[in-house]
Design a protein around this ligand. Structure first.
Ligand code: ADP
Ligand code: GLC
Length: 483
């Protein structure tokens, strides 16, 4: 089976969040299940810099105002990539979505309409004798793939799957932009991609794709409510019969404490001494007091409202008073960045902050920490709690979305049954987090229980072994439907 992924970011070529990890790891897992996957993405400078064996497979003289070509290449892991090289759209360094002033690029809708248009073209006509059976788009940036395909004849059209990684990003633009996309004006209706007087790429994907998925079963249910649907709950309820939730996995080769080259000492469930060494190193590196017995909690996150880290701020004083430590790696809203920098200044040796994005430091933190805090207000899946489980770092998570689906709360029954892997809390408030932290300190003091939690966490399956086959079944079911 041949599948074309369309995504705006993909690890290890460019990454701002979990979407990149999924777009990079899932195709490799699918390859082991007889799926030939290629990932279509923009050829940002870092993509061109990392791809090997590139070869031009198509050229487009005028793609939204400039020439473009499609380069086939592969990453060192063997991921097959189709990079859309269009200098006028993508030859911009740094964050793929934001300009130097920190705001969205003015022409983002044009940039991703172009990506979607080429996704549809490759879907319909193929490249170099390779034509996909299924085109699988990810998030709003790929939202127009399905309408472009539906605008053409049914004959020769591949099946389409659209995955919501985050419903909060909707790709909204005006009618004037829509008129430049070359889509039938009849699509601009409330039953189509019109959204309260605007055009929404996300809604387009939801309305026109054959199947919809999101990245955990709980989020698939939450999405249909006004609390979590961000205005898309109506469309999602209408299409509930084709919507499903498939929980994300992680690349267990990249995230493996027994081989990870980015951590100071490797370790595994049966030889945990390395984890203690990683903790000492991390305390040193972050300027924390070196103390093997101080529970060390980390945060590795975008600092935005979604992630709920403002709820951590009022709890920091208590954590420090109880002898705990907090290390934060993150970037995002300036107010939150500043608040964490101030918290670190107020608690030297106990709270440390690194504002910025660092893949190597994120590995060192997962390895050196005792616990990770993920108090998200909503979380479609979440990947950092999955890395944490694998590294024997106990997740403390809000009971929402994929966090609820991947962490088994250490209540008494679960501890006795030997199945607990972390702490879940609700309500998702600063007080709720405070109670969860109290429970964390209590568990940490009981070394026997703590070690059992760590062992169970590390044994929890976090790879793609369960979910990749679910995608294959979905693709198969779709193909069995015929034209
Ligand atoms: P989201 O995609 O909503 O940001 P996920 O938990 O799915 O949340 O994925 C976030 C990914 O980005 C993880 O791989 C995490 O380690 C990484 N990440 C987030 N912030 C940083 C940072 N400041 N430095 C390094 N990695 C980060
Ligand atoms: C989004 C979500 C996150 C999810 C990731 C990958 O960025 O916010 O919860 O893990 O996509 O699917």
């Amino acid at each position: 089976m041949r599948v074309l992924f369309v995504a705006s970011e993909c690890y290890p070529l460019i990454k701002t969040g979990g979407l990149a990890d999924v777009a990079g790891a899932l195709p490799l897992a699918l390859a082991g299940l007889d799926c030939d996957v290629r990932v279509l993405m923009p050829a940002y400078p870092s993509v061109l810099g990392h791809l090997a064996d590139t070869e031009e497979v198509a050229a487009y003289p005028d793609l939204f105002g400039g020439p473009a070509r499609l380069l086939a290449g592969r990453t060192t892991d063997g991921l097959k990539v189709l990079a859309l090289d269009a200098a006028h759209l993508y030859d911009r360094p740094g964050n793929p979505y934001l300009g130097p002033d920190g705001n969205d690029w003015w022409d983002n809708v044009r940039r991703f309409a172009a990506l979607s248009a080429i996704g549809a073209a490759v879907g319909r006509f193929g490249v170099s004798d390779w034509k996909p059976d299924v085109v699988h788009g990810h998030d709003w940036q790929a939202g127009l793939v399905a309408p472009y395909l539906v605008a053409g004849p049914a004959e020769g059209r591949p099946k389409t799957v659209f995955t919501i990684h985050n419903v909060a990003f909707q790709g909204i633009c005006g009618r004037a932009d829509f008129d430049t996309f070359g889509l039938p004006p009849s699509f601009y209706t409330p039953a189509g991609l019109e959204y309260y007087g605007y055009c929404s790429f996300l809604k387009a994907g939801l309305v026109f794709s054959d199947r919809l998925t999101t990245v955990s079963p709980t989020y698939a249910r939450e999405l249909r409510t006004t609390e979590f649907g961000f205005g898309m709950e109506g469309v999602l309820n209408e299409r509930a019969d084709v919507l499903s939730g498939i929980v994300n996995g992680i690349d267990t080769a990249v995230w493996d404490p027994s081989t990870d080259p980015l951590i100071p000492a490797q370790y595994g469930p049966r030889k945990m001494a390395g984890k203690a060494a990683c903790k000492t190193e991390l305390q040193n590196r972050m300027g924390l007091r070196v103390d093997p017995d101080a529970p060390l909690m980390i945060v590795v996150s975008r600092l935005t409202g979604q992630k709920g880290l403002d709820m951590l701020l009022p709890n920091i004083g208590d954590i420090v008073r109880r002898g705990g430590q907090v290390a934060i790696l993150g970037a995002g809203e300036h107010g939150m960045e500043r608040a964490f920098v101030e918290a670190a200044a107020a608690h030297p040796g106990a709270v440390a902050v690194h504002i910025g994005y660092s893949e190597p430091l994120s590995h060192a933190m997962q390895a050196g920490a005792d616990a990770i805090l993920v108090p998200s207000r909503f979380e479609p899946c979440g990947l950092t709690q999955l890395y944490a489980l694998r590294y024997g770092t106990i997740p403390v998570v809000a009971r929402t979305g994929g966090l609820a689906d991947t962490v088994v709360d250490a209540n008494d029954a679960a501890i006795r049954a030997g199945i607990a892997t972390g702490i879940q809390f609700a309500p998702v408030t600063a007080g709720g987090l405070g109670f969860a932290l109290e429970r964390l300190f209590e568990l940490y003091r009981n070394k026997k229980v703590w070690r059992a939690l760590q062992a169970r966490a590390m044994a929890h399956p976090v790879g793609w072994e369960d979910s990749a086959p679910d995608y294959v079944s979905l693709y198969r079911d779709l193909m069995a439907e015929g034209v």
